[in-house]
Design a protein around this ligand. Sequence first.
Ligand code: ADP
Ligand code: MG
Length: 715
Amino acid sequence: MTARADAVACTACEVHTESTYRIEGMDCHDEVQLLERRLAHLPGLERFTADILNQRLRVTHDASRLSAAAVAEAVNATGMRAWLEHERLSALISRGSSSRVRLVALSGIAFAAGFLMQVGGLGPGLVIPAYLFAIGAGGVNTVRRAWSSARAFSLDINVLMLVAVAGAMIIGEWSEAAAVIFLFALAQWLETRSMDRARHAIRALMELAPADALVRRDGREQRVAVDELIVGDTIIVKPGEKIPIDGRITDGGSDVNQAPITGESLPVDKHVGDDLFAGTINGHGALEIRVTRLGRDTTMARIINLVEVAQAQRAPSQSFVERFARYYTPAVIVAAAIVALVAPALFGQPFGSWFYRALVLLVISCPCALVISTPVSIVSALAGAARRGVLIKGGAHLERTAEVRVVAFDKTGTLTRGHPEVVDVISVNGVVPAEILRLAAAVEARSEHPVARAILRRAQHDDSPLPAGEGFRALPGLGAEASVGGEHVLVGNHRLFEERALCSPAIDRQLDELGRAGRTAVLVARGGRTVGIIGVADAIRDSGRAAVSRLRQGGIERVVMLTGDNAQTAAAIGSALGVDEWRAELLPADKVAAIEDLKRRYGAVAMVGDGVNDAPALAAADVGIAMGAAGTDAALETADVALMADELLAVPYFLRLGRATVRNIRTNIAVALGLKALFLGLAIAGAATLWMAVAADMGASLLVIANGLRLLESD
Ligand code: ADP
Ligand code: MG
């Protein structure tokens, strides 16, 4: 993400943003001056204000030319540190826009008055002042912007518009001049407003976390501002209230509506020990919560930050549009010059009529609708997805998703719930089930694997004291080992036991049977002898089948399951879900190889996993999608796409959205280019008027925006 100085300068299509940073190290006036010097030259930067007292820097910039991250980089280059901050935005959005509305309205009224007087046959002594007033009121912002870009020696749409308006006044086309200025101001205002709507859609939803909290300190309950809470405080949330911070329940239980974070419509049951997110809504129970995260560390703040950083990135089709626009604008300006200076000599018609055509060309030389076509679609799609609990780390992923042919799923924790239960304990060589469980549990006590937790739960259930394992070693994708009571104990899957030559035909038969029932077989060996098999079952997620069939309907050629589990279990679960193919007994590195193989065979691959175990495979895929990311920081930060909820149907939704976005962008580009081509022809033929050209431009921009905003609602 770097700012590019050579991007097209087109103020009408700017993507205005205001970012607020917290600056570490900005303590005195000298540092502000240092920042001023550093920031002043960033292209796309409009304005900034420094607040030393609160160490805040507020920057207004054009996000299509200067990303929020590039501003932070520039600050970091001074030795200070910049953090994007998220505060209540509602006030910001409306601020400054009301005076603008008034000016646009004044301009419109004056224009209408002038027009009516002209039609009514009143003399120029009344008509021209009305038009002049319309030009003055509508042109304030244009002049200001034109001036700032003229100083930077850039050919900005504002400059071009002013030239066109001045030209129109010179040849006495007063009504045209006023119409152009008014429509142009109106278009800019409408564009900014609708872009803001898309840009802040995600905040509007999440910004609603309460500003204060009921905290218990020294046995007394008091309301304090959320800013004053510290990690470790205990706060109380009453039924129906919003949860103000991230925390863990220490007392009570409730149903919590997590839709603002995960997009899930159904409330989730929460008990002591469960984590809660700021911005979610407490249901019927009263809760005591220990504060775990505050301010910009909360999941909500991080989501907002990630979405906004993603929105500020440029998507591949945007670069195409910008390359095009870089040639288009100068080419049309040159054409305008030729029409004004050369055509009268060639065709011998009066200078005035060619001059007018040249002015029309100037007006349509700005590729406004074209430049706005991609960002508006991407920004809307990203915001709409975030509202549904799908966090996409940039438009590039959406565009790549449209190419995806294959979706690969990890099994455990992704297609299955990831909460396995022990359902069978089978003795081998006469060791009793309780002993098998005790041995396995002693090893698994140190493991984080879901299978390990299932075994531990079951062993603790039987409540005989567990022996302690020593020298624990995890064998990723295979199992684990430790020494228990002086003897080596090995726990793991068939592949591991084959490698260690601990299988026999009798054991294999047992494994086949467990596998056919869709169970994961965990073998246990003590002192180099297999002593038992533990059958573990993990329920398939309810929406698994539906998700697979929707993917197929959506045009995915192949749905594949990748798993470290054994072949029979994979087959049982894979066929229950209706996937096309499953690959079993894969180590993490094998999953990466499987992804590469799928890429070679079918084309672009999306991989869906839990983001922790499966990070290498997610990285190897064209698009890496992590599930259940709300709880795990690593998944939230590293995957291309993070599904906040454990909801498989979000996968087909995301793939549909990718395709819809690319279609949307193509439509936008076609509309923008088509209208330009049409008016270019009309202008040269002398059939287009100035106000028609501006109106067409505005129409194209608004059409493109309206089309882009549809992605906010698509599902
Ligand atoms: P998946 O690909 O299904 O998500 P993993 O790669 O995490 O699974 O593990 C693959 C297989 O290795 C599991 O199905 C299990 O049989 C075995 N395994 C891994 N770790 C352990 C463990 N700590 N205890 C028992 N079995 C394990
Ligand atoms: Mg897994």
